[in-house]
Design a protein around this ligand. Structure first.
Ligand code: ADP
Ligand code: MG
Length: 253
């Protein structure tokens, strides 16, 4: 791809105690790209996503994103400040495997919370936008319901819409369909596919190889804390070069 990437990550490292989980990960993602991350359990995929929005603080490497330059080397002076982290997380949306909506807030309250509290949007304006987003996913009539009254698929779609309400520049998805009953997976993948079609930049960890193949521009194979393969879905999924990726694909396909 040409031009400046939206996000540029170089040599990112993360360890927990003596266990080095990310061993130097470098990745550029350009605006509009949809990048699927695949790899065995424990290979560091979630840790990587959590490092991107600094839910985990890396131990080394750099990240550039929308004018931020973070340097995580020990002793570096460009560690993110609390204000930068708030700003960063307002621009990077994240959705997890467990749809962690706030149980004590209604669907609508869940969606307007961050735009009002973090971005200072006027409540009426936030509410209008939230209602439009909920209508888009067919859940307008559930806006006053509590999350426990929704199916898993509905909750996960609300979680996605809640992130979208912040108008993020980048969306991170970590196995967002893994906890769903099989019949509910499709509605969540469908929403993600439509976001991809609208040009949303997405970095997603998924075991849905069919989705990775059809929706993403790029597939990355994580293996033991490094990016072992990175290429088009056709190359990575149909002509894997490493034996370890072949083994992985045999297990999940
Ligand atoms: P994946 O998402 O690919 O399954 P993870 O990033 O969740 O992998 O985990 C990679 C490794 O890091 C695992 O060995 C896991 O046990 C370890 N790990 C993840 N988070 C922590 C943590 N907070 N403390 C200690 N070890 C962790
Ligand atoms: Mg994970």
């Amino acid at each position: 791809m040409v031009g400046e990437p939206l996000i540029r990550i170089r040599d990112l490292r993360k360890r927990f105690g003596a266990h080095e989980v990310l061993k130097g990960v470098s990745l550029d993602v350009h605006a509009g790209e949809v990048v699927s991350v695949i790899g065995a359990s424990g290979s560091g995929k979630s840790t990587f996503l959590r490092c991107v929005n600094v839910l985990e603080r890396p131990n080394g490497g750099t990240m550039d994103f929308e004018g931020f330059h973070f340097d995580y080397e020990e002793g570096a002076r460009r560690q993110p400040t609390p204000a930068q982290l708030r700003d960063l997380r307002a621009r990077i949306g994240m959705v997890f495997q467990s749809y962690n909506l706030w149980p004590h807030l209604t669907v609508l309250e869940n969606v307007v919370e961050a735009p009002i509290r973090v971005k200072g949007e006027r409540p009426a304006e936030a509410r209008e936008k939230a209602e439009a987003l909920l209508a888009r996913i067919g859940l307008a009539e559930k806006r006053h319901a509590y999350p426990s009254k929704l199916s898993g698929g509905q909750q996960q779609r609300v979680a996605i819409v809640r992130a979208l309400a912040m108008q993020p520049r980048l969306m991170l998805f970590d196995e967002v369909t893994s906890a769903l009953d099989p019949e509910l997976v499709g509605e969540v993948l469908g929403l993600m596919a439509s976001l991809a079609g609208e040009g949303m930049t997405m970095l997603l960890v998924t075991h849905e190889i069919g989705f990775a193949r059809e929706v993403s521009n790029r597939v990355i194979f994580f293996d033991q804390g490094v990016i072992a393969e990175d290429g088009s879905p056709g190359d990575v999924l149909r002509q894997p070069s490493s034996e370890r990726l072949k083994q992985f694909l045999r297990r999940v396909l």
